[in-house]
Ligand binder design. Structure first.
Ligand SMILES: [Zn+2]
Length: 265
């Protein structure tokens, strides 16, 4: 079965090997190959520094890999009007497949009016707006901004905007599933459930939550496979989804069909 991992990063994280961006791209390619992952979508960061390459650098480093697509991180605090014009050009010619907002890391609600121009751009080019939802990897994040219920306002006020709630709003998966169920323009990815590898008991714990979500929200035309690699281990994630008790049709939607049509890859 085809596999699209819609949520990976090329940042350098503390203590990780592969200091240069080129090495990290090669590591991504090798890891995808080892796990038979066909395509991956790299999400760029909301900040640019030595460890977090700019969109320009990531586009350059990944351009010879047809199976690696890019979604651009946007930050109200760190990006200028010029950046937005560049993002628009990239959306126009297909160099980027969507935009990602880091609410929680950035201390603004998703429905903050200042984000509206980002949503308008996504609507204009028919690409998804991805949102960090749920727990933040950094203790400096403020989780009231990343709570999944905030997404409902954006979804209702922008019915033609396609929205992806990253991480299923974990640990607020119940809230996330209501927002998904209620709003047909909302999707969610299952990335970032674990730092490193799943334990057996944690696999069972999270599998129950996914089954509950499917029972509540119905056929998973909204659910996307993603890992948050390199924070989460790709092989361990595949083992986790392989253990989910779902139909073959649901598995196809989850593993590639939804991502294929949403990101047009
Ligand atoms: Zn991520």
């Amino acid at each position: 079965m085809r596999i699209i991992d819609c949520h990976v990063h090329l940042n350098h994280y503390d203590g990780a090997p592969f200091k240069s961006l080129e090495e990290r791209v090669q590591n991504l390619v090798n890891t995808m190959h080892a796990s038979a992952v066909d395509s991956a979508i790299v999400l760029t960061s909301y900040v640019v520094n030595e460890d977090r390459p700019s969109l320009t650098k990531i586009l350059e480093a990944t351009k010879k890999h047809d199976n690696i697509a890019v979604v651009a991180g946007y930050s109200m605090d760190n990006h200028t009007d010029e950046d937005i014009r560049f993002y628009k050009d990239c959306l126009k010619d297909g160099r980027i497949k969507g935009l990602k907002l880091y609410c929680g890391y950035e201390h603004y609600y998703p429905y903050d009016k200042r984000y509206q121009r980002i949503y308008d751009m996504c609507i204009e080019y028919d690409v998804p707006a991805m949102f960090h939802t749920g727990d933040t990897f950094s203790a400096r994040g403020k989780v009231r901004y990343s709570h999944p219920l905030n997404i409902d306002d954006v979804a209702v006020d922008n019915p033609s905007l396609k929205i992806v709630m990253c991480h299923l709003g974990n640990p607020w998966i119940l809230d996330c599933q209501e927002v998904i169920y209620k709003n047909k323009n909302v999707y969610a990815d299952i990335s970032g459930f674990v730092v490193g590898e799943f334990t057996h008991s944690y696999e069972e714990f999270m599998a129950d939550k996914i089954i509950e979500l499917l029972n509540y929200a119905g056929e998973p035309r909204y659910l996307l496979y993603g890992t948050d690699w390199p924070i989460s281990n790709m092989e361990s994630y595949l083992k986790f989804v392989a253990g989910l008790d779902i139909s073959e049709h649901a598995r196809e939607l989850l593993m590639y069909r939804n991502a294929e049509s949403l990101f047009k890859i």
